[in-house]
Design a protein around this ligand. Structure first.
Ligand code: ZN
Length: 354
C-alpha cells in the first residue's frame, strides 16, 4: 500500500484529536529543530493511559494539565485520572515528563527493562562524561579536541527529564497488554534504542510505532562511547523484518513524529533502502582510508553544530561497523585514530539500474 495520510490536521497547542473512539492524539512541544512529539491517549474506563510524554518543560507540563482537563471534561467527570504511562523508549522527548506525570497523577510507569534502566542510568547525577575511554572513543573517530570538550561540558539528559520513578512495570516482547477494551501486543526492537516498544492492536488495526517507523525521517542510529562495539544497524534491519512479519500492511501507523499514515510495509522498504544507499555512499568514499569524522564531513555537505556532529559521527560509525562485520570495510588504527577503507569483498547493496 502506498503511503497515505488520513489526517489533514495536526493537533494544535492543548488540542486533542480523535484517531478512533477511545484513542486520542496530542502534541507536546520540543525545544529542538524537530519541534514536536506525538503522544497518544488510550481510554481505560473513565480514565486514560498515556503513551509517551514529551520533554520536561513548564510549557509542556501546563499543556498536559490543560489536555487532561479537556478529556476529563468530555466525560463529565471530575478530576482527570491517568491509569498508567507507557514509555516507548528512554529518549528525553519520549519519557521527559514520565516521572512528573506518574507522581502528579499517581500512575504507574510501563516500560521495557533496558529502556527503563537506561532512563535511570542517564538520570544519575554521578554519571561521568569525562571517563578516559569516552575520550579515547571520540579521539578514535577523529573528532576534534574542541568538539569533545564542548560535548563533555553538557549534561542535557537530566535537564530534559523529570526525576524518574523508582518503580516500573515491565513490558516484554510478545506479551499482550489489556488496555481498556482492547488488547495490544508488545513488539520490541533494537537499533535506535536498546529495547524500543511498539504496540499493535489487531482489533483497532493500529500500530503505536514510537520512533521505529516514522513516515518521512529516520531516527538516529548511533554507535557511542558507552557501547563502542555495538552494531545497531544489524539490529535495526532485524527489527523491521520482525515488524513486517508481525504487523499487517493494513494498519494505521501512529508515529512519534509527523503524521499518522497508512503504508507500513512500503515505509519499511523505503527505510531499508535508505540505509542501503547510505552504506553504498560511504563505501564509495573510502577507496583510500579515512577517519569517521572525515567521512562524516564529506557525507553531510552542510555545517553541523557539535551535537549534530556527534549524532552524525555516531550514525556513520554505525554504518561502518555494519560494513566491517560483513568484511566489506577494514579498520586500522593509525596513531590514535581509526581509519576505514573498503576491501575487495565489498558488493553493492543496491544494484544500479542504468
Ligand atoms: Zn528516540
Amino acid at each position: 500500500m502506498p503511503l497515505a495520510y488520513p489526517f489533514d490536521q495536526v493537533p494544535g497547542t492543548s488540542e486533542v484529536l480523535e484517531i478512533v473512539p477511545g484513542v486520542k492524539w496530542v502534541r507536546s512541544p520540543l525545544p529542538i529543530s524537530l519541534n514536536h512529539i506525538n503522544c497518544y491517549l488510550l481510554q481505560e474506563g473513565d480514565a486514560w493511559c498515556i503513551v509517551d510524554t514529551g520533554m520536561n518543560s513548564a510549557l509542556a507540563r501546563e499543556q498536559w494539565q490543560a489536555i487532561l482537563q479537556i478529556v476529563a471534561g468530555e466525560q463529565n467527570k471530575g478530576a482527570p485520572r491517568i491509569t498508567r504511562i507507557i514509555g516507548t523508549h528512554h529518549h528525553p522527548d519520549h519519557i521527559g515528563l514520565a516521572g512528573w506525570l506518574c507522581d502528579e497523577y499517581r500512575a504507574p510507569l510501563f516500560m521495557s527493562e533496558r529502556e527503563y534502566l537506561f532512563m535511570r542510568t542517564y538520570s544519575q547525577p554521578k554519571l561521568r562524561t569525562d571517563y578516559w575511554e569516552t575520550q579515547q572513543f571520540f579521539t578514535r573517530t577523529g573528532m576534534s579536541e574542541a568538539s569533545c570538550k564542548e560535548l563533555f561540558a553538557h549534561d542535557d539528559f537530566t535537564h530534559m527529564v523529570s526525576d524518574p520513578p523508582t518503580a516500573y512495570h515491565r513490558l516484554r516482547n510478545g506479551m499482550s497488554l489489556q488496555i481498556g477494551e482492547h488488547r495490544w501486543q508488545v513488539i520490541t526492537t533494537r537499533g535506535h534504542a536498546p529495547e524500543h516498544v511498539s504496540l499493535y492492536c489487531e482489533a483497532l488495526q493500529l500500530l503505536l510505532a514510537g520512533d521505529q517507523v516514522l513516515p518521512k525521517i529516520t531516527p538516529n542510529l548511533n554507535v557511542g562511547p558507552t557501547d563502542p562495539d555495538d552494531d545497531p544497524l544489524a539490529y535495526w534491519f532485524d527489527g523491521h523484518q520482525k515488524l513486517r512479519d508481525r504487523v499487517p500492511d493494513s494498519v494505521l501507523v501512529l508515529p512519534s513524529h509527523q503524521r499518522p499514515f497508512y503504508g507500513l510495509h512500503a515505509r519499511i522498504e523505503a527505510i531499508i533502502r535508505h540505509h542501503h544507499e547510505r552504506l553504498d555512499a560511504i563505501v564509495a568514499l573510502i577507496e583510500a582510508p579515512l577517519s569517521v569524522q572525515q567521512i562524516t564531513r564529506q557525507l553531510f555537505d552542510r555545517e553541523l553544530n557539535v551535537f549534530q556532529n556527534f549524532l552524525a559521527v555516531g550514525e556513520v560509525l554505525a554504518h561502518l561497523r555494519y560494513l566491517e562485520n560483513l568484511g566489506f570495510v577494514e579498520r586500522k588504527q593509525v596513531a590514535d585514530t581509526w581509519q576505514f577503507q573498503r576491501t575487495p569483498y565489498y558488493t553493492p547493496f543496491l544494484v544500479q539500474m542504468n
